[in-house]
Design a protein around this ligand. Structure first.
Ligand code: 2P0
Length: 326
């Protein structure tokens, strides 16, 4: 039977990706640097079978059609072509965290799908090839192929070979990411269209492009030196620059909610009045992710959990890259 299961973890960018240099090839316009996170996992089983007349997709037990199925089908078509397999596939995917709400489910989703589909089709794919395949579907997914601290360079228009690279594995640094979950359910605008609207309408888009490489270089130097203040300060700058660019789009692309601001205030308070090394980031959703050392995780998690509007918290640590389970 042509069936394989793969597991991938979400990643959170410490230096953000926002905007494309080549929409057709899905190439990011800026370099990004992320942390792959355990236990924010997606587990995906792909079965190529002669019984199907089209691809089918089940996410968290729900039959999924429309755009999500079309994106998955596009990846499956690439695998079919490379492997010479003329069969449609059934895909079953399960997330251990909220889907489509700014918790990078497309990153772990497409990383797990690329790996499971390639393995099921019998392709002897290296991590480099998997990263390239995942990137074509979702740029952040290229990073979830690898463990620990991962870089995805900016893409040059027309260069379809762009892939992520691992900088340091999951044992490099004992940091922790506490996620303050501030809403359940899908967000209003997906990151693909949000960043495209930013590129085409935001007066701050060029300023974002100009600033992003220096955020990336600073975060890289900070991670290499295990310097939390350097990484955290720059991560916050990258976050606010990205959101300012998005918010100034027309119509505005805004992901922040009241609980987001309350959680941000908690992070600032913990840093100021309790002298904790803790820094915040947000992605295309309302959640706040707080970066700290593992030894401070209890205090940070307590502070966020007690913040009005925060529904619950998740705790994550540097995680492994994608893996085939069976
Ligand atoms: C990041 N995000 O670097 C940034 C920060 C969201 C905010 O990467 O269009 O879902 O599929 O390539 O990968 C989300 O972008 O976008 C993302 P596509 P993707 O983590």
């Amino acid at each position: 039977m042509m069936q394989k299961t793969a597991r991938a973890r979400a990643n959170i960018a410490l230096a953000k990706y926002w905007g494309k240099s080549d929409v057709a090839l899905n190439l990011p316009a800026v370099p990004s640097l992320s942390l792959t996170l355990e236990p924010l996992t997606t587990t995906t089983t792909v079965t190529f079978t002669a019984d199907l007349r089209t691809d089918s997709l089940l996410i968290n037990g729900k039959i999924t059609t429309g755009d999500a199925l079309a994106r998955a089908s596009k990846l499956l078509a690439r695998v079919r072509e490379r492997a010479g397999v003329p069969l449609f596939a059934h895909v079953e995917s399960k997330n251990e965290f909220p889907t489509a709400s700014g918790l990078a489910s497309s990153a772990s989703g497409f990383a797990a799908l690329a790996c499971a589909a390639s393995a099921a089709a019998g392709l002897p794919f290296s991590p480099r090839e998997l990263s390239m395949l995942a990137r074509a579907s979702s740029a952040s997914a290229a990073r979830s192929i690898y463990p620990g601290f991962v870089a995805l360079p900016a893409g040059k228009e027309g260069d379809s070979s762009l892939q992520a690279e691992m900088l340091f594995d999951e044992n490099h640094w004992d940091v922790c990411m506490i996620v303050a979950v501030n809403a359940e359910g899908a967000k209003a605008i997906g990151s693909t269209s949000g960043m495209e609207r930013s590129r085409t309408t935001s007066p701050y888009y060029n300023a974002w492009l100009a600033a992003a490489p220096s955020y990336f270089n600073e975060v890289l130097a900070g991670v290499a030196a295990r310097d939390l203040a350097r990484v955290g300060t720059t991560m916050e700058e990258s976050t606010f620059a990205m959101h300012a660019c998005a918010m100034a789009s027309s119509p505005s692309v805004s992901y922040l909610q009241p609980a987001t601001l309350s959680a941000l205030e908690t992070v600032r308070r913990l840093r100021k009045t309790e002298s904790l090394g803790v820094y915040a980031t947000m992605d295309a959703g309302p959640h706040v992710k707080a970066l700290c050392l593992q030894r401070d995780a209890d205090r940070v998690e307590r502070g966020l959990r007690e913040t009005p509007g925060v529904l619950r918290t998740l705790r994550a640590v540097p995680g492994r890259g994608v893996e085939v389970l069976a």
